[in-house]
Design a protein around this ligand. Structure first.
Ligand code: SAM
Length: 200
């Protein structure tokens, strides 16, 4: 871990990736941007795994493609130049994780940012693709124009999830500004085996 440790939503998301994901898993990066999350996902799932990575910006897709090629991970990553709201039509397997890093790319066009309606559509798709014990990780930014509305939509979506089927967490750094990014973690609960199954 770097010197920043768990400073911010993205390192915390990476901590969860490392804890939960294993070689061979299927995962989705819903917002690949510069490819840093995609790269770690590709490293963790390895050549027998599969990653789908979405972004609406051609530059983001090309930056991610170059990063993956440099590390030799390109073979098991499908890059999708398009919105994550296309997830249900594009991803053809169940997955262990779907990762959203919302907002805009600080090194790119700040006018191109995620928005409430498409994020919620993608969350619906992510929920239907998720395997038991799988995670949806959402890094949320409320400081930019539209960020507050997007967070309200994500929060309402999370609050509607059945607590018997999903564990839903909001992780915020209490010693930072209320506008600092935070992480939402959605875990799909694995069904507990019935007593008769346990004794089989
Ligand atoms: C905070 S950045 C992602 C950072 C990235 N995960 C990384 O490691 O560099 C948010 C990204 O979401 C992308 N984006 C905006 N709307 C989108 C959509 N509907 N579907 C997919 N990506 C979208 C932006 O183009 C931007 O690259």
């Amino acid at each position: 871990m770097n010197l920043q440790g768990l400073y911010g939503a993205v390192p915390l998301a990476h901590y969860f990736f490392r804890e939960r994901l294993k070689a061979g898993d299927r995962v989705v990066d819903a917002t690949c941007g510069n490819g840093l999350d995609t790269l770690l996902l590709a490293e963790l799932v390895g050549i027998n795994g599969r990653v789908w990575a979405f972004d609406v910006q051609a530059d983001a897709i090309e930056t991610t493609r170059a990063l993956l090629a440099e590390k030799g991970y390109a073979e098991w990553v499908t890059l999708v130049h398009g919105g994550h709201e296309l997830m249900a039509e594009t991803v053809d397997e169940e997955v262990m994780a779907v990762v959203f890093n919302l907002g805009y790319l600080p090194t790119g066009d700040r006018e191109v940012k995620t928005s409430a309606a498409t994020t919620v559509a993608a969350l619906d798709a992510a929920r239907s693709l998720l395997l038991p014990n799988g995670l949806i990780l959402i890094a949320v930014y409320t400081g930019h124009d539209g960020g507050g509305d997007e967070w309200l939509a994500v929060k309402e979506w999370c609050e509607r999830l059945n607590p018997h089927q999903f564990n839903v967490w909001q992780s915020r750094q209490l010693n930072r500004s209320e506008r600092a990014p935070f992480l939402v973690v959605v875990e799909k609960v694995a069904p507990t085996p019935s007593l008769s199954e346990k004794h089989r």
